[in-house]
Design a protein around this ligand. Structure first.
Ligand code: FE2
Ligand code: FE2
Length: 278
């Protein structure tokens, strides 16, 4: 599978726009083209043009979870694909359009998707598992056997008149199987990357070959990272698996350095503009 990073937090090239957020173009061996996340605004469209990607020609789009740094570009995407020969379906997990905030219960800022856009007929809300085509499946039925990222403690969702801790039932990941190869794609891994990998392994019936994901080891609103020992422990657990790892965005550069110490060449950072066969 080919991965093009249309947007993430950093870029080594002045040709691209970098923003806190994520947007990937996935191209399967069978030729299916999936837009996975849309960043916070229309920047990913500009970068797609720079990379020579025809966004109106994608077969499907996915929003990984209901946070604006992943789905804030939805309005721009809907406009950019308005005249497509075939309407492009956009798959979101049920609950993604619920209001979400970051901070504390008392002092927080809005990080929701634009709920008015759910009315667009191209937006499709899916349940715990949804097969896009044979071999490409969205899933969100993830256990919590391993700890969630500590920074989830600063994330809330509206429930009635109040805000409650976000349980991240609105988060979904993608498992792509090509022949014998299994590739997992996750946006921010709020459910915990080990929990998501474990579920993907169950669905795949064996080990994964590649994991393309943000690991959420930093808190953008607090400006702090996950505990260093916790990151080292995670690195050792990831190293026990045979997969190669491709990461970005909410992993954070401090945590990436620790993961790199343990995993060496088996982990790579994909910045905006990167194109990689995984
Ligand atoms: Fe998020
Ligand atoms: Fe994020």
């Amino acid at each position: 599978m080919k991965v093009s990073v249309l947007l993430e937090n950093a870029t080594p090239s002045s040709r691209f726009i970098a923003r806190h957020g994520l947007s990937l173009l996935l191209e399967s061996a069978e030729g299916m083209r999936i837009l996975f996340d849309m960043g916070p605004d229309a920047s990913f469209l500009r970068n797609a043009t720079t990379l020579g990607v025809d966004i109106a020609g994608v077969d499907a789009a996915v929003i990984s979870h209901g946070h604006a740094d992943h789905g804030g570009g939805l309005e721009a995407f809907l406009k950019a694909t308005q005249g497509s020969a075939h309407p492009v379906p956009i798959y979101v997990r049920q609950g993604a359009f619920t209001p979400h905030v970051s901070g504390t219960r008392q002092r927080h800022h809005e990080i929701s998707l634009d709920a008015t856009l759910v009315k667009d007929e191209r937006v499709i809300e899916v349940g715990a598992q949804h097969e896009l085509v044979p071999g490409i499946t969205l899933f969100s039925d993830v256990s919590r056997r391993y700890p969630e990222p500590a920074s989830n403690a600063r994330l809330f969702e509206r429930s009635g008149d109040t805000f409650v801790s976000d349980a991240f039932t609105h988060e979904q990941s993608l498992l792509v199987t090509e022949g014998e190869r299994h590739v997992l794609v996750s946006g921010c891994s709020h459910a915990g990357i080990l929990n998501i990998i474990e579920r993907a392994e169950e669905l795949a019936g064996g080990a994964l070959d590649a994991v393309v994901a943000g690991f959420h080891l930093m808190s953008p609103s607090a400006g702090t990272g996950e505990d260093v020992e916790a990151v080292r422990r995670l690195a050792r657990q990831l190293a026990e698996k045979p997969a190669r790892y491709y990461t970005f965005h909410c992993t954070g550069m401090d945590a990436f350095g620790i993961l790199r110490d343990e995993l060496g060449e088996r982990i790579r950072y994909l910045a905006t503009g990167s194109v990689m066969d995984v």
